[in-house]
Write a protein that binds this ligand. Structure first.
Ligand code: ATP
Length: 299
């Protein structure tokens, strides 16, 4: 059995998101295209002889504000550990260290990616043989997006976003992600949503070549965007700035506040620096789609 496991957990972008209706369980049925991109949280799990489970945030984590990243049992990483302990009937002794790079509560799925990484690490470190479908079901108990990170790097999500179908995706593009320093609660965004009943699902077919991908971008839209814009109007300015740089499409990811532009050639350093300037406090990152969602770095 291994004693150490390092996993890089990527962020996700939603290339379009339609809200199809409210469900009896309080969630909404959505239709979205998830894409994993190379903005990673790096997690290192080390087994110990005894001493229970500890979680440390590395000091070089990017832009984590005090109190934003819980180190107690509320953290999705520890919740994932506890879930595996219960399901597999084990008691873990682990030291977990995370270098957090994915902006928190940003619509980028960072917490879900960390939870997925933890489920995978636990199965490796404790030799737990669990079929992928069951691991996915464990993930879905922790959050709607966790199952995506345990699967393919690009997928259509239906239901709460956890009924997944892998898609082929053209990958020769870059995204500039802008996360303004505002808090937008996902619950409030969904709560404020005025459903456009009868809205047709966008054409979310595979977009495996450049033309198909560009056509899909033109047809895609995030239904949550209008609500997010009401809560954080500065996003409108960012959308304009990303378009000025030649974006083929500009979208809010998930329930925001991250907004991203899609570019068919690599954005220049000058472009990125100009977006970073001006003291706005926004995080600006460049990312590309990846082929594996969770990267096991050290086996
Ligand atoms: P999604 O796009 O899946 O809705 P998100 O990117 O908007 O998620 P997260 O970064 O997952 O949001 O964080 C949501 C909340 O969960 C935050 O308020 C944060 O305090 C809490 N949280 C718990 N564990 C984690 C974790 N490991 N990483 C980030 N946030 C976490």
């Amino acid at each position: 059995m291994r004693t150490r496991c390092e996993i890089w957990a990527p962020a996700k972008l939603n290339l379009g998101l339609r809200v199809l209706g409210r469900r009896a369980d309080g969630y909404h049925d959505i239709l979205t295209r998830f894409v994993a991109v190379d903005l990673y949280d790096q997690l290192v799990f080390t087994r110990r002889i005894a001493g229970g489970v500890s979680l440390q945030l590395q000091v070089d984590s990017a832009g984590v504000r005090p109190g934003e990243f819980p180190l107690d049992e509320g953290n999705l990483i520890l919740r994932a550990v506890r879930l595996v302990e219960r399901a597999a009937g084990i008691r873990a002794s682990l030291s977990i260290s995370i270098r957090k790079t994915i902006p928190i509560a940003a619509g980028l799925g960072g917490g879900s990616a960390d939870a997925a990484a933890t489920l995978l690490a636990m199965t490796r470190l404790y030799g737990i043989d669990v079929p992928p479908r069951e691991l996915g079901a464990w993930g879905a108990q922790l959050g709607a997006d966790v199952r995506f990170f345990l699967g393919e790097s690009a997928a259509m999500g239906r239901g709460r976003g956890d009924e997944l179908t892998p898609i082929s995706l053209f990958r020769q593009w870059w995204a500039i992600l802008v996360t303004p320093p505002v808090f937008v609660s996902a619950g409030d965004v969904y709560g404020d949503l005025r459903l456009t009943l009868g809205a047709k699902a966008a054409n979310f077919h595979d977009c495996r070549d450049r033309e198909g991908f560009l056509a899909a971008l033109r047809r895609s839209h995030n239904d949550l965007e209008a609500v997010v814009l009401r809560r954080a109007p500065e996003i409108l300015l960012w959308q304009g700035r990303l378009r000025e740089q030649g974006a083929a499409g500009v979208f809010v990811s998930g329930s925001g506040p991250t907004v991203f532009g899609v570019y068919m050639s690599q954005p220049s350093e000058k472009t990125v620096q100009s977006l970073r300037g001006g003291g706005t406090g926004a995080r600006v990152e460049v990312a590309r789609p990846v082929t594996t969602p969770l990267a096991l770095v050290v086996q």
